[in-house]
Design a protein around this ligand. Sequence first.
Ligand code: 9UX
Length: 71
Amino acid sequence: MDQEITLKVGGMTCQNCVRHVSTALRKLEGVREVEVRLAEGDARVTLAAGGATLGEMLAAVQDAGYEAQAV
Ligand code: 9UX
């Protein structure tokens, strides 16, 4: 069963930032869908069972240069 996970993402100021965060999250194991919202400063990830961990998702966003925390 898929999980829906929301991350709070800080530091995004333009649509390219949105793309960077989306790309980073889409590379992770089991990620089916990513919706990143600039105005809300969040990312909503649809994740297959057995896919990436929350820690891996946070690290991916942080490695892309943004702040991330679980909601
Ligand atoms: Mo451009 Mo968004 O550097 O950081 S991708 S403002």
